[in-house]
Structures are given as structure tokens and as C-alpha cells.
Ligand binder design. Structure first.
Ligand code: PMP
Length: 466
């Protein structure tokens, strides 16, 4: 068997990758021609690739490596747990210490009466669990017709059949006959792109009231839950106007429907609090968690469930017929617990709130002086900038949406910076441990990339508005 190592030439690794590895959310044909960038090492906010480039990762992987790459304590805990008990399940009336300890810790950190954890292997799985949980809950409450879940267009809730259905990504729905029945979508609170002549406050209210209209249209007795990311991540780091969440909360309360906050990105410090629900002032019945729960060191996710829902399911007198082999996996759970200890003991969320956010916020806002940048948003350490050919009009480019964003991302890559693009918005979510010195390097590389992108657009006649 060929031994494949870090020391192989990049081109050979790329060829094997193209031959045998199907990539998620990728045009594999195009990638095979270009060759994947191969990442070999991570330390703090820095990645190294197979060519020896030192790359600043302003996306924390996929929004997950909150404590930064390469923490030895986590590796040690994982090794110890693998020796002690590498695996056991939590079905059939058994449990184990890592699952118990982590659930206890999560219940302590989560606000209000969110005291119960149903584990999953990922955010997608956890959202599938949520569909099962809320339907089961209403069935047990004697309202089995309450099955419909309302979500939003351009939301991201995962890539399983349930997760992708809850999500509102048109490109995902188009492949595979989604959404599954019983899931409907309303508009998103994206003022920059869709707010027209309304003020942000007016638009926030208008979009929230789409929920009320949809509930009335379906019939309140048929609606089980509303799901939303406190701040949409994969949709482009869309920060809703201040009027939005209070109105959504009021509507959920008035109609007695369950509120699910998908905290997969916003959880565990990303917004400057433990949870994005705290930052946005909402009181969910269920939270979806993953990513920052383990800082990506091991795959783990889950649903944090309130007393009422968990209590109703526990009092059913029969099994909840749902679970995954890796629910509460002991190695992943120990890793997650250690990650939470590090977040707490090193006061990393205080660092986000008091140091990194204020330092970055000023520079991030400063990017709006660049001719390409229309608006800049930053909550805690998740942010976005809108690229536009005409700031006054909040205009789109005449080119296919995403053309300019893609070109900007390519310039970032060339400058050893990971920023992602969603359409023509650039988004960031760096590791929470990023220092002011690293923020300076980040902004320097981002500015250089924007300048190069601008020059390229100009040269190619692409600065035109739609
Ligand atoms: N929900 C949200 C808000 C997410 O951002 C993601 C992943 N980007 C998911 C769910 C799905 O998580 P996973 O990829 O771990 O299945």
C-alpha cells in the first residue's frame, strides 16, 4: 500500500485527492483541474499548506476552531479517553462519564431552563433531531396536527435531508427534491440586499411579521416551531435589524409555538457571549449546537432542550425512537468538555468582548472607506462586508452574483488569508483567540486583497452595477 504523508509532493497529493476524494460543496471536475490546496498543520490562527505558506485563517476552519489550532491539552485528553473507554453507546439504559459531565456543563452554561442535552455527531444531525423532538412534543401534548416548522430563505441548518430542508438555500433545494413536507420558509432579515427604501428598523419588523402572516395562513394549530440562526452565518453573516428578534419572540410567545435557535455558529463565544441568543435577546426552547462546542477538535453536536419539552418526552412512558451510534461519543465528549474548560479558564469570551471585538470593529468598519465595500458588520467575531459597485444605491454588480466575491476570495488565498465569500459578500469568523497583532496582519492582507480585486475588476470592465 502506498504510504501517503505530508512529505509527498503537492502535485501527487492533489492527483490522489482528485482520483479518490469527493469534496463537499465543490465542483469536483473544476477542482481536479486546479488541484486542492492541501493544509498540513495548524497553530493558533495559522495554517500551513503543503507548499509551506503560512495562512491566516480568518474563518476558524468552518467557523469552528474557536480556541485556535494545535492545543496539546486537547490531544492529551483525547488520547487518555481512547485508552480508558474509546467507545460505548448511550442507548439501552447505559451512560458514561464523559457524556454525563459534558451534559452537566452545557446545562450550567446554557441560559434559562435549557437543562437537557440530546447529543448528535454534527449540527445537521442535531437539527434532524429537532424536527423529531418538536413533533414528538406536540404529539404528546395532544396536538399531533402541530407539525409544520417555519424557517427562512437563505438560512443554513445543515446538509442532511432534514437539515437542508430546514435551511433555505435554493441551490440545495434544487438538488434532491427538497424541502421535505411540513417545512416552509419566510423572508430573511437582510436589509442590505432586500430592504429597498425601508429603514432597517421598518424592514426588521416587516420581515418578522411575515412569521405572523405565515402562522395565520397555515393555521396556528398546525405550527410546531420556528427555527432561526440568531445571526445567519453561511447565508452571509446577515445581522438582523434590532427590531427583528424582539418581534419574532413576541410572535412565538403569542402563538405558543416553539422557538429553536440554531447556535451552531453563534454558540460558545462567537458573538461575545456564551450564546448568540443572549447577544440577540431571545429565549429559545431548543438550541442547536456543534462546531465551537469542541472547537472542531472532534465531531460533536447536540440539542439543548428546555425543561418543558424534555420533561414531556421523559414523561411519555415509552421510548423516544431516535438516536445515533455516536450520540455523546466519549472521546468527542471529553474533548468538548476540555474545550469548554479552556474557553472558561482562559477567559476567551472576555477576550472577544473586551479586546478582539473592539480592536477589530474599528478596522473592519474602516474598510467601508474602500471603493468596493458598502457596509461592514461585526458582532463579536463574526463579520461580513458587502461588495458593491455603488454604495449609495446598495447596488449589485451586473455580473453573475458571486463573481466578484469569488475573485476577492481568490486574491485572499493568493495573499495567504482565508476569507470566504457568499455571493458578493465576504465573511469572517476567526478563532476567538486572535490577538491585536494578528488582527493587524489580517486587515493588511484583506486590504491588499480588496485593492487587487478592485484593480482586476476595473481592468476587466466588471465594476458595473446591475
Ligand atoms: N446550522 C448552522 C447554523 C450551521 O452553520 C451549520 C454548518 N455550517 C449547520 C447547522 C450544520 O452543521 P454540520 O455541518 O456540523 O452538520
Amino acid at each position: 500500500m502506498t504510504r501517503i504523508t505530508n512529505h509527498m509532493p503537492t502535485r501527487e497529493l492533489q492527483a490522489l485527492d482528485a482520483a479518490h476524494h469527493m469534496h463537499p460543496f465543490t465542483d469536483d471536475g473544476a477542482l481536479a483541474r486546479k488541484g486542492a490546496r492541501i493544509i498540513t498543520r495548524g497553530r493558533g490562527v495559522w495554517l500551513t499548506d503543503s507548499e509551506g505558506h503560512e495562512i491566516l485563517d480568518a474563518m476558524a476552519g468552518l467557523w469552528c476552531v474557536n480556541i485556535g489550532y494545535g492545543r496539546r491539552e486537547i490531544a492529551e485528553i483525547a488520547a487518555r479517553q481512547m485508552e480508558e473507554l474509546c467507545y460505548y453507546n448511550t442507548f439501552f439504559q447505559t451512560s458514561h462519564v464523559p457524556a454525563i459531565a459534558l451534559a452537566t456543563k452545557i446545562a450550567e452554561l446554557a441560559p434559562g431552563d435549557l437543562n437537557h442535552v440530546f447529543y448528535a455527531g454534527s449540527g445537521s444531525e442535531a437539527n434532524d433531531t429537532n424536527i423529531r423532538l418538536v413533533r414528538r412534543y406536540w404529539d404528546l401534548k395532544g396536538q399531533p396536527e402541530r407539525t409544520v416548522i417555519i424557517s427562512r430563505r437563505n438560512a443554513y441548518h445543515g446538509s442532511t435531508m432534514g437539515g437542508a430542508s430546514l435551511g433555505g438555500m435554493a441551490g440545495m433545494h434544487a438538488q434532491g427534491g427538497l424541502p421535505i413536507p411540513g417545512i416552509v420558509h419566510i423572508g430573511q432579515p437582510d436589509w442590505w440586499s432586500e430592504g429597498g427604501d425601508m429603514t432597517p428598523a421598518e424592514f426588521g419588523l416587516a420581515r418578522a411579521r411575515e412569521l405572523e402572516n405565515k402562522i395565520r395562513e397555515i393555521g396556528p394549530e398546525r405550527v410546531a416551531a420556528f427555527i432561526g440562526e440568531p445571526i445567519q452565518g453561511a447565508g452571509g453573516v446577515i445581522v438582523p435589524p434590532e427590531t427583528y428578534w424582539p418581534e419574532i419572540q413576541r410572535i412565538c410567545d403569542d402563538y405558543g409555538i416553539l422557538l429553536i435557535a440554531d447556535e451552531v455558529i453563534t454558540g460558545f463565544g462567537r458573538t461575545g457571549n456564551w450564546f448568540g441568543s443572549q447577544t440577540m435577546g431571545i429565549r429559545p426552547h431548543i438550541m442547536t449546537i456543534a462546531k465551537g462546542l469542541s472547537s472542531g477538535y472532534a465531531p460533536i453536536g447536540g440539542s439543548i432542550v428546555c425543561d418543558e419539552v424534555a420533561g414531556t418526552i421523559a414523561a411519555a412512558g415509552e421510548d423516544f425512537n431516535h438516536g445515533y451510534t455516536y450520540c455523546g461519543h466519549p472521546v468527542a465528549a471529553s474533548v468538548a468538555l476540555k474545550n469548554l474548560e479552556i474557553l472558561e479558564e482562559e477567559r476567551i469570551i472576555d477576550h472577544v468582548r473586551d479586546v478582539a471585538h473592539p480592536y477589530l470593529a474599528e478596522k473592519w468598519q474602516g474598510l467601508t472607506a474602500h471603493p468596493l465595500v458598502g457596509e461592514a458588520k461585526l458582532v463579536g467575531l463574526m463579520g461580513s462586508i458587502a461588495l458593491t459597485p455603488d454604495k449609495e444605491r446598495r447596488a449589485r454588480f451586473a455580473s453573475e452574483p458571486g463573481t466578484v466575491g469569488y475573485r476577492c476570495r481568490e486574491r485572499c488565498f493568493a495573499n495567504d488569508l482565508v476569507m470566504r465569500h457568499v455571493g458578493d459578500r465576504m465573511i469572517i469568523a476567526p478563532p476567538l483567540v486572535i490577538t491585536p497583532e494578528e488582527i493587524d496582519i489580517f486587515i493588511e492582507r484583506a486590504t491588499k486583497s480588496l485593492d487587487e480585486c478592485y484593480a482586476g475588476l476595473k481592468a476587466d470592465g466588471l465594476l458595473r452595477a446591475a
